[in-house]
Design a protein around this ligand. Structure first.
Ligand code: NAD
Length: 318
Protein backbone atom coordinates (compact mmCIF):
# COMPACT_ATOMS: atom_id res chain seq x y z
CA UNK A 1 0.00 0.00 0.00
CA UNK A 2 1.44 3.39 -1.03
CA UNK A 3 1.03 6.16 1.54
CA UNK A 4 1.85 9.79 0.71
CA UNK A 5 2.57 12.21 3.52
CA UNK A 6 2.49 15.92 2.67
CA UNK A 7 2.23 17.49 6.12
CA UNK A 8 5.61 18.53 7.57
CA UNK A 9 4.57 18.07 11.22
CA UNK A 10 3.44 14.45 10.72
CA UNK A 11 5.95 12.13 12.28
CA UNK A 12 8.25 15.04 13.14
CA UNK A 13 8.52 13.89 16.72
CA UNK A 14 7.42 10.30 16.12
CA UNK A 15 9.58 8.70 13.45
CA UNK A 16 8.69 5.31 14.96
CA UNK A 17 5.09 5.63 13.75
CA UNK A 18 6.32 5.90 10.16
CA UNK A 19 8.60 2.89 10.74
CA UNK A 20 5.61 1.04 12.18
CA UNK A 21 3.60 1.74 9.00
CA UNK A 22 6.53 0.48 6.91
CA UNK A 23 6.85 -2.68 9.02
CA UNK A 24 3.17 -3.34 8.39
CA UNK A 25 3.72 -3.19 4.64
CA UNK A 26 3.24 0.46 3.71
CA UNK A 27 5.51 2.20 1.20
CA UNK A 28 5.73 5.67 2.71
CA UNK A 29 6.53 8.62 0.41
CA UNK A 30 7.13 11.94 2.12
CA UNK A 31 6.53 14.87 -0.24
CA UNK A 32 8.10 17.54 1.94
CA UNK A 33 8.52 20.33 0.97
CA UNK A 34 5.25 19.98 -0.86
CA UNK A 35 5.11 20.57 -4.57
CA UNK A 36 1.87 20.38 -6.54
CA UNK A 37 3.77 19.09 -9.55
CA UNK A 38 5.24 16.14 -7.60
CA UNK A 39 1.86 15.43 -6.03
CA UNK A 40 0.16 15.29 -9.43
CA UNK A 41 2.59 12.50 -10.33
CA UNK A 42 2.57 10.65 -6.98
CA UNK A 43 -1.19 10.64 -6.39
CA UNK A 44 -1.88 8.51 -9.48
CA UNK A 45 -1.07 5.16 -7.79
CA UNK A 46 -1.33 6.17 -4.10
CA UNK A 47 -3.65 4.28 -1.75
CA UNK A 48 -3.59 6.72 1.16
CA UNK A 49 -2.82 10.43 1.55
CA UNK A 50 -1.99 11.97 4.92
CA UNK A 51 -2.76 15.63 4.26
CA UNK A 52 -2.14 18.86 6.16
CA UNK A 53 -3.26 22.19 4.70
CA UNK A 54 -2.46 21.30 1.07
CA UNK A 55 -5.35 21.59 -1.37
CA UNK A 56 -7.05 18.27 -2.17
CA UNK A 57 -9.21 19.70 -4.94
CA UNK A 58 -11.28 17.93 -7.58
CA UNK A 59 -8.66 18.43 -10.33
CA UNK A 60 -5.97 16.70 -8.26
CA UNK A 61 -8.26 13.94 -6.98
CA UNK A 62 -9.33 13.21 -10.53
CA UNK A 63 -5.80 11.91 -11.21
CA UNK A 64 -5.99 9.37 -8.36
CA UNK A 65 -6.62 5.83 -9.59
CA UNK A 66 -6.26 3.86 -6.31
CA UNK A 67 -6.78 6.41 -3.55
CA UNK A 68 -8.97 5.04 -0.74
CA UNK A 69 -8.38 7.46 2.11
CA UNK A 70 -7.44 11.10 2.62
CA UNK A 71 -6.55 11.24 6.31
CA UNK A 72 -6.48 14.84 7.54
CA UNK A 73 -3.66 15.39 10.04
CA UNK A 74 -5.86 17.82 11.98
CA UNK A 75 -9.49 18.82 12.29
CA UNK A 76 -10.49 21.38 9.61
CA UNK A 77 -11.19 19.70 6.25
CA UNK A 78 -11.91 22.88 4.26
CA UNK A 79 -8.87 22.19 2.05
CA UNK A 80 -10.38 18.88 0.89
CA UNK A 81 -13.13 18.74 -1.74
CA UNK A 82 -15.35 16.35 0.22
CA UNK A 83 -17.86 15.93 -2.59
CA UNK A 84 -15.19 15.16 -5.22
CA UNK A 85 -13.70 12.58 -2.85
CA UNK A 86 -17.13 11.08 -2.17
CA UNK A 87 -17.93 10.77 -5.87
CA UNK A 88 -14.66 8.82 -6.35
CA UNK A 89 -15.36 6.58 -3.31
CA UNK A 90 -12.45 8.08 -1.34
CA UNK A 91 -13.01 8.27 2.43
CA UNK A 92 -11.98 11.52 4.13
CA UNK A 93 -11.18 11.26 7.83
CA UNK A 94 -9.94 13.75 10.44
CA UNK A 95 -8.56 13.72 13.99
CA UNK A 96 -11.11 15.50 16.19
CA UNK A 97 -10.38 16.34 19.81
CA UNK A 98 -6.61 15.98 19.46
CA UNK A 99 -5.58 19.63 19.26
CA UNK A 100 -8.37 21.46 21.09
CA UNK A 101 -6.22 22.26 24.15
CA UNK A 102 -3.39 23.56 21.97
CA UNK A 103 -5.70 25.82 19.94
CA UNK A 104 -7.61 27.04 23.01
CA UNK A 105 -4.27 27.95 24.64
CA UNK A 106 -3.21 29.98 21.61
CA UNK A 107 -6.60 31.72 21.36
CA UNK A 108 -6.11 32.82 24.97
CA UNK A 109 -2.51 33.79 24.25
CA UNK A 110 -3.63 36.00 21.35
CA UNK A 111 -6.29 37.59 23.55
CA UNK A 112 -3.73 38.44 26.25
CA UNK A 113 -1.09 39.51 23.72
CA UNK A 114 -3.46 41.90 21.98
CA UNK A 115 -4.93 43.30 25.21
CA UNK A 116 -1.47 44.00 26.69
CA UNK A 117 0.60 44.61 23.48
CA UNK A 118 3.00 41.85 24.57
CA UNK A 119 4.70 41.39 21.13
CA UNK A 120 5.35 45.15 20.71
CA UNK A 121 6.57 45.46 24.31
CA UNK A 122 8.88 42.47 23.81
CA UNK A 123 10.35 43.96 20.62
CA UNK A 124 10.89 47.31 22.39
CA UNK A 125 12.84 45.87 25.33
CA UNK A 126 14.91 43.63 23.04
CA UNK A 127 15.87 46.66 20.96
CA UNK A 128 17.37 48.22 24.11
CA UNK A 129 14.54 50.66 24.71
CA UNK A 130 11.96 51.11 27.44
CA UNK A 131 8.35 52.34 27.47
CA UNK A 132 4.75 52.03 28.60
CA UNK A 133 1.76 50.61 26.76
CA UNK A 134 -1.92 51.20 27.43
CA UNK A 135 -3.51 47.87 28.27
CA UNK A 136 -7.00 46.56 28.95
CA UNK A 137 -8.02 43.79 31.37
CA UNK A 138 -8.98 40.32 30.30
CA UNK A 139 -10.07 39.08 33.74
CA UNK A 140 -13.70 39.83 34.57
CA UNK A 141 -14.62 40.91 31.02
CA UNK A 142 -17.20 39.39 28.64
CA UNK A 143 -16.00 36.80 26.13
CA UNK A 144 -18.09 35.80 23.12
CA UNK A 145 -17.31 32.39 21.63
CA UNK A 146 -18.52 31.69 18.08
CA UNK A 147 -18.60 27.90 17.59
CA UNK A 148 -19.01 25.84 20.75
CA UNK A 149 -17.27 22.63 19.67
CA UNK A 150 -14.17 21.05 21.21
CA UNK A 151 -12.03 24.20 20.86
CA UNK A 152 -14.74 26.73 21.72
CA UNK A 153 -15.48 24.83 24.93
CA UNK A 154 -11.75 24.67 25.72
CA UNK A 155 -11.67 28.46 25.50
CA UNK A 156 -14.76 28.68 27.77
CA UNK A 157 -13.02 26.43 30.32
CA UNK A 158 -9.99 28.74 30.38
CA UNK A 159 -12.23 31.81 30.63
CA UNK A 160 -13.60 30.40 33.92
CA UNK A 161 -10.16 30.86 35.49
CA UNK A 162 -10.18 34.48 34.36
CA UNK A 163 -13.64 35.00 35.90
CA UNK A 164 -15.04 36.08 32.56
CA UNK A 165 -18.70 36.16 31.60
CA UNK A 166 -19.00 33.75 28.65
CA UNK A 167 -21.50 34.22 25.82
CA UNK A 168 -21.77 31.56 23.11
CA UNK A 169 -23.23 31.23 19.63
CA UNK A 170 -23.56 27.95 17.71
CA UNK A 171 -25.99 26.49 15.18
CA UNK A 172 -26.23 23.16 17.05
CA UNK A 173 -28.58 22.48 19.96
CA UNK A 174 -27.03 23.40 23.34
CA UNK A 175 -25.04 20.56 24.96
CA UNK A 176 -25.50 19.78 28.70
CA UNK A 177 -21.88 20.68 29.57
CA UNK A 178 -22.35 24.26 28.38
CA UNK A 179 -24.14 25.15 31.62
CA UNK A 180 -21.28 23.68 33.70
CA UNK A 181 -18.86 25.80 31.64
CA UNK A 182 -20.95 28.89 32.38
CA UNK A 183 -21.80 29.51 28.72
CA UNK A 184 -24.88 31.62 28.05
CA UNK A 185 -26.27 31.03 24.56
CA UNK A 186 -27.21 34.23 22.69
CA UNK A 187 -27.82 35.25 19.08
CA UNK A 188 -24.81 36.18 16.95
CA UNK A 189 -25.79 39.85 16.96
CA UNK A 190 -26.19 39.89 20.77
CA UNK A 191 -22.78 38.28 21.14
CA UNK A 192 -21.12 40.80 18.82
CA UNK A 193 -22.73 43.77 20.57
CA UNK A 194 -22.03 42.65 24.17
CA UNK A 195 -18.56 41.06 24.07
CA UNK A 196 -15.24 42.64 25.02
CA UNK A 197 -13.42 39.70 23.42
CA UNK A 198 -14.72 37.59 20.52
CA UNK A 199 -13.10 34.27 19.63
CA UNK A 200 -13.83 32.37 16.39
CA UNK A 201 -14.13 28.54 16.48
CA UNK A 202 -16.34 27.53 13.56
CA UNK A 203 -15.25 25.38 10.61
CA UNK A 204 -14.84 27.14 7.25
CA UNK A 205 -17.64 26.18 4.88
CA UNK A 206 -20.14 27.93 2.62
CA UNK A 207 -22.23 28.99 5.65
CA UNK A 208 -19.39 30.46 7.70
CA UNK A 209 -17.33 32.07 4.93
CA UNK A 210 -17.17 35.82 5.61
CA UNK A 211 -19.54 35.50 8.60
CA UNK A 212 -17.69 38.42 10.23
CA UNK A 213 -17.78 41.35 7.79
CA UNK A 214 -18.59 45.08 7.62
CA UNK A 215 -22.09 44.68 9.13
CA UNK A 216 -20.79 42.59 12.05
CA UNK A 217 -17.93 45.03 12.82
CA UNK A 218 -20.54 47.80 13.03
CA UNK A 219 -22.22 45.91 15.89
CA UNK A 220 -19.02 45.42 17.92
CA UNK A 221 -17.91 47.66 20.80
CA UNK A 222 -15.08 50.10 19.87
CA UNK A 223 -13.12 48.55 22.75
CA UNK A 224 -13.56 44.95 21.53
CA UNK A 225 -10.79 42.55 20.57
CA UNK A 226 -11.36 39.85 17.97
CA UNK A 227 -9.34 36.62 17.87
CA UNK A 228 -9.35 34.10 15.02
CA UNK A 229 -7.70 30.69 15.34
CA UNK A 230 -10.33 28.94 13.15
CA UNK A 231 -9.81 29.68 9.44
CA UNK A 232 -8.98 32.98 7.73
CA UNK A 233 -12.01 32.80 5.44
CA UNK A 234 -14.54 33.17 8.27
CA UNK A 235 -13.57 36.86 8.52
CA UNK A 236 -13.72 39.27 5.58
CA UNK A 237 -10.12 40.55 5.76
CA UNK A 238 -10.83 43.75 3.86
CA UNK A 239 -13.58 44.62 6.36
CA UNK A 240 -11.21 43.69 9.19
CA UNK A 241 -8.56 46.03 7.78
CA UNK A 242 -11.12 48.87 7.64
CA UNK A 243 -12.31 48.16 11.21
CA UNK A 244 -8.78 48.06 12.68
CA UNK A 245 -7.34 50.99 10.74
CA UNK A 246 -10.30 53.22 11.69
CA UNK A 247 -10.24 51.98 15.33
CA UNK A 248 -13.80 50.72 14.94
CA UNK A 249 -12.56 47.88 17.19
CA UNK A 250 -9.56 47.97 19.52
CA UNK A 251 -7.51 45.10 18.19
CA UNK A 252 -7.28 41.66 16.70
CA UNK A 253 -5.20 38.51 17.11
CA UNK A 254 -4.91 36.24 14.07
CA UNK A 255 -3.41 32.80 13.58
CA UNK A 256 -5.16 32.15 10.26
CA UNK A 257 -5.60 34.16 7.05
CA UNK A 258 -7.52 34.12 3.77
CA UNK A 259 -4.17 33.45 2.00
CA UNK A 260 -1.39 31.62 3.87
CA UNK A 261 0.99 33.19 2.75
CA UNK A 262 1.04 35.85 1.39
CA UNK A 263 -1.04 37.66 3.98
CA UNK A 264 -2.89 40.86 2.99
CA UNK A 265 0.12 43.27 3.34
CA UNK A 266 -1.73 46.38 4.64
CA UNK A 267 -3.42 44.25 7.30
CA UNK A 268 -0.25 42.78 8.80
CA UNK A 269 1.32 46.23 8.98
CA UNK A 270 -1.25 47.47 11.52
CA UNK A 271 -0.07 48.11 15.11
CA UNK A 272 -3.32 46.85 16.65
CA UNK A 273 -2.98 43.43 15.02
CA UNK A 274 -1.05 40.54 16.63
CA UNK A 275 -0.18 37.69 14.27
CA UNK A 276 1.08 34.11 14.37
CA UNK A 277 1.70 31.86 11.32
CA UNK A 278 -1.07 29.22 11.69
CA UNK A 279 0.63 27.54 14.65
CA UNK A 280 -2.33 27.02 16.98
CA UNK A 281 -2.25 23.21 16.75
CA UNK A 282 1.53 22.91 16.94
CA UNK A 283 2.40 21.80 20.43
CA UNK A 284 4.42 18.60 20.80
CA UNK A 285 1.54 17.08 22.73
CA UNK A 286 -1.13 17.91 20.16
CA UNK A 287 1.00 16.85 17.17
CA UNK A 288 1.64 13.50 18.88
CA UNK A 289 -2.06 12.86 19.53
CA UNK A 290 -3.03 13.96 16.00
CA UNK A 291 -0.33 11.79 14.43
CA UNK A 292 -1.39 8.72 16.44
CA UNK A 293 -5.05 9.12 15.48
CA UNK A 294 -4.17 9.65 11.80
CA UNK A 295 -1.85 6.60 11.64
CA UNK A 296 -4.54 4.50 13.31
CA UNK A 297 -6.85 5.01 10.31
CA UNK A 298 -4.13 4.11 7.77
CA UNK A 299 -3.45 0.91 9.72
CA UNK A 300 -7.18 0.19 9.88
CA UNK A 301 -7.32 0.51 6.09
CA UNK A 302 -4.37 -1.87 5.78
CA UNK A 303 -6.21 -4.42 7.96
CA UNK A 304 -9.47 -3.80 6.12
CA UNK A 305 -11.11 -2.66 9.36
CA UNK A 306 -13.77 0.09 9.54
CA UNK A 307 -12.31 3.59 9.53
CA UNK A 308 -12.97 6.12 12.30
CA UNK A 309 -13.93 9.80 12.09
CA UNK A 310 -15.13 9.72 8.48
CA UNK A 311 -16.35 13.19 7.48
CA UNK A 312 -17.73 12.56 3.96
CA UNK A 313 -19.81 9.44 4.52
CA UNK A 314 -17.55 7.08 2.52
CA UNK A 315 -16.48 3.79 4.10
CA UNK A 316 -13.23 2.78 2.37
CA UNK A 317 -12.20 -0.82 1.75
CA UNK A 318 -8.78 -2.06 0.59
P1 NAD B 1 -15.83 21.10 16.28
O1 NAD B 1 -16.43 20.39 15.12
O2 NAD B 1 -15.68 20.38 17.58
O3 NAD B 1 -16.67 22.46 16.57
C1 NAD B 1 -17.14 23.32 15.58
C2 NAD B 1 -18.41 23.99 16.11
O4 NAD B 1 -18.83 25.00 15.18
C3 NAD B 1 -19.58 23.00 16.26
O5 NAD B 1 -20.15 23.09 17.55
C4 NAD B 1 -20.57 23.45 15.18
O6 NAD B 1 -21.93 23.21 15.53
C5 NAD B 1 -20.25 24.93 15.08
N1 NAD B 1 -20.69 25.53 13.83
C6 NAD B 1 -20.63 25.01 12.59
N2 NAD B 1 -21.15 25.86 11.70
C7 NAD B 1 -21.55 26.96 12.40
C8 NAD B 1 -22.17 28.19 12.04
N3 NAD B 1 -22.50 28.45 10.77
N4 NAD B 1 -22.43 29.08 13.03
C9 NAD B 1 -22.14 28.79 14.32
N5 NAD B 1 -21.57 27.63 14.72
C10 NAD B 1 -21.27 26.74 13.76
O7 NAD B 1 -14.43 21.64 15.78
P2 NAD B 1 -13.19 22.17 16.65
O8 NAD B 1 -12.27 21.05 16.94
O9 NAD B 1 -13.71 23.00 17.78
O10 NAD B 1 -12.46 23.07 15.55
C11 NAD B 1 -13.09 24.24 15.02
C12 NAD B 1 -12.30 24.73 13.83
O11 NAD B 1 -11.04 25.23 14.26
C13 NAD B 1 -11.92 23.64 12.81
O12 NAD B 1 -12.95 23.40 11.87
C14 NAD B 1 -10.68 24.18 12.16
O13 NAD B 1 -10.99 24.87 10.97
C15 NAD B 1 -10.13 25.16 13.18
N6 NAD B 1 -8.81 24.71 13.69
C16 NAD B 1 -7.75 25.53 13.53
C17 NAD B 1 -6.50 25.12 13.98
C18 NAD B 1 -5.28 26.00 13.83
O14 NAD B 1 -4.17 25.48 13.77
N7 NAD B 1 -5.41 27.32 13.80
C19 NAD B 1 -6.34 23.87 14.58
C20 NAD B 1 -7.47 23.08 14.76
C21 NAD B 1 -8.70 23.50 14.30
Amino acid sequence: MKVIITTPSFGKFHEHLIEEMEERGCRVHRLIPYSREDMEREIVDADAWIVGLESADAKLLDRAENLKIIAKHGVGVDNVDLEAARSKGIAVTNAPGTNNDAVADLAFGLMLSTARSIPTANALVKSGQWGRFDGVSVGGKTLGIIGLGAIGKGVAKRAGGFEMKVLGYDVSVPAPDEEELGIERVTLNELLASSDYISMHVPLNRYTEGMIGKEQFELMKPTSILVNTARGGVIDEKALYEALSSNQIRGCGLDVYEQEPPVYPELIGLDNLVTTPHIAAYTNEAVQLTTEMTVENVIRLLRNEPLENIVNGVEAKV
